[in-house]
Ligand binder design. Sequence first.
Ligand SMILES: Nc1ncnc2c1ncn2[C@@H]1O[C@H](COP(=O)(O)OP(=O)(O)OP(=O)(O)O)[C@@H](O)[C@H]1O
Length: 486
Amino acid sequence: MTTLQKDEDGFFNPVPARGSSPSKPEEKPKHEETPKAEEAPARPASPENDLVKSSFEVSVTLADQQADPNSPLFSVKTFEELGLSEELLKGIYDMGFSKPSKIQERALPLLLSNPPTNMIGQSQSGTGKTAAFVLTMLSRIDFDLHKPQAICLAPSRELARQIMSVVCTMGKYTAVQTEYAIKDHLPRDASNITAQIIVGNPGTTIDLIRRRVLDTTHIKVFVLDEADNMLDQDGLGDQTLRVKNSLARNNKSQIVLFSATFPEHVRSFASKFAPNANKIELQKEELSVESIRQFYMDCKDEEHKYDILVQLYQLLTIGQSIIFCQHRHTADRISARMTAEGHKVASLHGAKDASERDAIIDRFREGKEKVLITTNVIARGIDIMQVNMVVNYDLPLMNERDKFADERPDIETYIHRIGECIIIGEKGGSRRTGRFGRKGVSINFVHDKRTWMQMEQIEKALGRKIIRIETHDLDEMEENMKKALK
Ligand SMILES: Nc1ncnc2c1ncn2[C@@H]1O[C@H](COP(=O)(O)OP(=O)(O)OP(=O)(O)O)[C@@H](O)[C@H]1O
């Protein structure tokens, strides 16, 4: 019998039977060599310190947000009080973090306490969950032991690569060694992984374990980023469970689950997956932040959606934008059409091969491309500083294949998509601090009764107004956008 597995874009594909071999690999393993710590960590200059003149204004803004007890960026603590090593403090301060966010302040003492306790942590997009679990992995490993000790799984290649860059930056004053478990990275005949932190996707990780390239005997921390997505039984849940089951039976790994969303149907599974976990949960009304600017445009039909997107091009390129489509072919089609008409856009989805995907996201991260047309493949966790606009060219649906047609909007995916340009708090952030306090705008395209009703359901679920922008008045549209981005 053929089993169907939901892939990164949300499509269902036949999956090979358990134990069958995956596709061919290419590159050599890479172990990151990192320098040892030498000096005491220096905290970044305070906002009041005019040594950092160029970021004076924005830093003050960040401090304001972190001083607001209602903001998810608020904290009463310093990183020093959280029990981190000197080397890690140096890494954090090098990244320009001066204070922990609320989730970091609340989660880190629980994550780092002994004996290790499991954690299910929820906090809005862009509030610093990655740093919390990366610091946990870096704090728990024994740098003298050259064996895998922490595994972090994420739903997409792009997110795994982003997490790895945080591990390497935060851990740069430690001797940590890292390895990817992503498709086409390790050669087929790779020998035992000796790196301590492994970041990857569940399918490749399970394959490496099965081929005995990845030994899980010494795993102390097992992290799932975007955990609700990773545990979803209609998606990656099965593979993730297989990775967990591969941990030695007597293994007492600390299981750490993080996400901005934990829908009802995965909550009980999450509790079983991470038994006796400390839990940090958001109330329903806290799911999306108050100040996020959400708009919609009432288009006449599919063709009109395209016309409007083209008309928006100037606005899309003020910063950077991500355009989400339901299907890969839509992403390719509109990107080809816009390119032919002289616009500079790129498209990214799960049907492209690994090296192409890496090149596309890297170019986008470097700002070489300003508009990225994509599918749900990068709907979660992507943190690119300049992205200040997200367009839902197609609204996310619970199920994106006709065969399984389900017309309900996918609220969680919507929250994650718009979170990629999310605004936390009223005031803007700085280049240095990225999404952490940054401004952004999301625009939904609706074009018939069905899509309009789907958007209404999203509005109701989030309890936030989605504001109409007239499609015929470009000036007003521009005015609205610029106001929202200010
Ligand atoms: N304490 C801090 N001070 C300043 N900036 C921070 C701090 N913690 C995290 N950031 C920055 O905030 C941005 C968002 O953080 P991160 O990606 O960890 O959020 P997240 O909660 O994991 O988001 P998502 O739910 O989308 O995965 C990043 O650019 C990160 O470098």
